[in-house]
Design a binder for this molecule. Structure first.
Ligand SMILES: [Zn+2]
Length: 255
């Protein structure tokens, strides 16, 4: 039986919260997040705020768990429930990249080897092109020395945002990864395929040399996906993943 979102959203805020909830369930089903990991979106009418669940395992998140934050990680409502320690990842990226509408952080397993070795994670298959030409690695040691490796302050978030720079994704050494998107659906797509690419690259590198996508191929594929008509690209993937996660797939909200 399908669960979760049943009614059509009536405004942009309801629609974006629906997408955040659904993305959390999709990413849990696809093995990108487990007890940890989080999905946010920029507030649709106040770009200086973002929306993120209270501290909770993604598969358990419902509409009522979503909290509104200032970009510095302070909750808009002072009595809000306890938030994720790493919410500064999200605020710092929205602060640094005005075009970013969604941020997803996870500890998905296949990407971790690429965060602790000199082997760069690079697109190897067409469906994974949106991870970008370059996937930088942020190392907490470089600016902060010995830490828990978690991004637990705005200073750490801003340092990470500098390393992610204009890329679509970045790894955190010995910790996990973060992707950005121009929508929750695009970020969800990239988060799933970052993990897929890492798994395939781990297999392919056993038989070198590996032929990666060229920069021109990456640009062509990203351009096609960005121009995708309804029922293609991100929307087709979203509908498929909604079904697998047992969530009602809602059409894109057009206000
Ligand atoms: Zn983390």
């Amino acid at each position: 039986m399908l669960r979760g979102i049943q009614a059509m959203p009536t405004n942009a805020l309801e629609a974006i919260i629906d997408d955040i909830v659904t993305a959390n369930h999709i990413l849990a089903q696809e093995g990108v997040v487990d007890a940890f990991g989080h999905v946010s979106a920029r507030h649709p009418t106040n770009p200086g705020h973002f929306l993120l669940s209270r501290a909770l395992a993604p598969e358990l998140i419902t509409h009522d768990d979503i909290i509104e934050y200032e970009l510095d990680g302070a909750p808009v409502q002072p009595d809000a429930a306890k938030g994720y320690l790493e919410r500064y990842i999200h605020g710092a990226l929205y602060e640094a990249r005005p075009e970013v509408q969604s941020v997803i952080h996870s500890h998905s397993r296949s990407v971790i080897p690429f965060s602790v070795t000199s082997e760069p994670l690079r697109p190897i298959v067409h469906s994974c092109a949106t991870i970008g030409r370059h996937v930088p690695v942020w190392d907490a040691q470089d600016s902060f020395g010995d830490t828990t490796l978690l991004i637990s302050s705005m200073a750490m978030g801003r340092d990470f945002a500098k390393v992610l720079a204009q890329n679509n994704s970045a790894l955190m050494r010995g910790h996990g990864s973060t992707v950005i998107g121009r929508s929750v659906r695009e970020a969800t797509y990239t988060a799933v395929y970052l993990e897929v690419n890492a798994g395939l690259q781990l297999q392919a590198t056993r038989f070198p040399p590996v032929k990666y996508l060229t920069d021109g191929e990456i640009d062509a594929i990203c351009g096609r996906l960005a121009d995708a008509k309804p029922a293609e690209g991100y929307d087709r993937a979203w509908a498929y993943w909604c079904r697998r996660a047992g969530m009602e797939p809602t059409p894109r909200f057009v206000g």
